[in-house]
Design a protein around this ligand. Structure first.
Ligand code: F6P
Length: 324
């Protein structure tokens, strides 16, 4: 193993830079050449490579986004696209590839590692935390803190006006962001796709909350929840049955993807970046490095994308009790 390529793919996540930095510095440490590939798989197909050394990744650990840029590449989804990528990889003299991304990126990585003789190791980077085989994905902790900060701010104005807020957060098909940020932000109700609450349940909870004389109410809705996606409709439907409530809606959007990564995400990115290189050096391929019980572990890319990480039922139980 002499020359390793690293790319970031799919939605960016705070802490990806920490992982890139760790990959590059681990390569320097182990005397390997490393190239950063710009704009994800598209850069691999187009040969958009940049050789990196330890100094080239200075002052990025504190920065959100990804210095390599990211993309969701349609071409790489086809066998022809992956063939082009392989030819380019060979042309550039790449011996192995590190892919930092989420499930879409790992689907491509898994196919690529099976179809061609190039070892691939994945590093889970997504704010959604929806990857099997790791307790946390890079970016999740930072996104949580951003959402909690937003809820705190919205609560200030909600309380001043005795208002009810419906806040929609990201998470794609998963409710990890909503469940954790909802508990930390003191949400009255949390709607996640792993649960099947109806408008009736929301209305009942809010009526109970009014009886309990709460001066502000936050309903945190995961975008993937059956009542999410169109949080304005949910607010209207609930509002019709909650006369006297002054209701507002806030969709947090891409603010959740940006910002300086938290200490946790920087440490996680650093650990997984080093682990990815060490796994490649040990001859592994088609795997993802992750963290379980504070220990770096591995999972096959296949399982990482096909198995569903379970939502923590204890957190759902706690959310029910502390929202009284
Ligand atoms: O996967 C990360 C994520 O931010 C999801 O939470 C969200 O559904 C999606 O990406 C948004 O994608 P885009 O940035 O392409 O609009």
């Amino acid at each position: 193993l002499k020359h390793i390529g690293v790319l970031t793919s799919g939605g960016d996540a705070p802490g990806m830079n920490a992982a890139i930095r760790a990959v590059v510095r681990a390569c320097t440490h182990y005397d390997l050449k490393v190239s950063g590939i710009h704009e994800g798989y598209q850069g691999l197909i187009d040969g958009n490579f940049q050789e990196l050394d330890a100094r080239a990744v200075a002052h990025i650990i504190n920065r959100g986004g990804t210095m390599l840029k990211s993309a969701r590449c349609m071409e790489f989804r086809s066998k022809e696209g992956r063939e082009k990528a392989y030819e380019q990889a060979k042309k550039q003299g790449l011996d192995a590839l590190v892919v930092i991304g989420g499930d879409g990126s790992f689907t491509g990585a898994s196919l690529f590692s099976k179809e061609f003789d190039i070892p691939v190791v994945g590093i889970p980077g997504t704010i959604d935390n929806d990857i099997y085989g790791t307790d946390y994905t890079i970016g999740f902790d930072t996104a949580l803190n951003t959402v909690v900060d937003a809820i705190d701010k919205i609560r200030d104005t909600a309380t001043s006006h005795n208002r009810l807020f419906f806040i929609e957060c990201m998470g794609r098909d998963a409710g990890f962001i909503a469940l954790n940020a909802g508990i930390a932000g003191g949400a009255t109700e949390i709607l996640i796709p792993e649960d099947d609450k109806e408008v009736d349940d929301v209305v009942a909870k809010l009526k109970a909350s009014r009886d309990a004389k709460k001066s502000s109410n936050i309903v945190l809705v995961a975008e993937g929840d059956q009542l999410g996606g169109d949080v304005f409709k949910l607010a209207r439907d609930a509002g019709e049955r909650l006369p006297g409530y002054d209701i507002r809606v806030s969709v947090l959007g891409h603010i959740q993807r940006g910002g300086s990564p938290t200490c946790s995400d920087r440490v996680l990115g650093s650990r997984l970046g080093v682990a990815a290189i060490e796994q490649l050096m040990s001859g592994h391929s088609g795997i993802m490095v992750g963290l379980r019980n504070d220990t770096v572990t591995t999972e096959t890319l296949h399982d990482a994308i096909t198995k569903k990480p379970g939502i923590n039922r204890n957190l759902m139980h706690v959310a029910e009790i502390v929202s009284l």
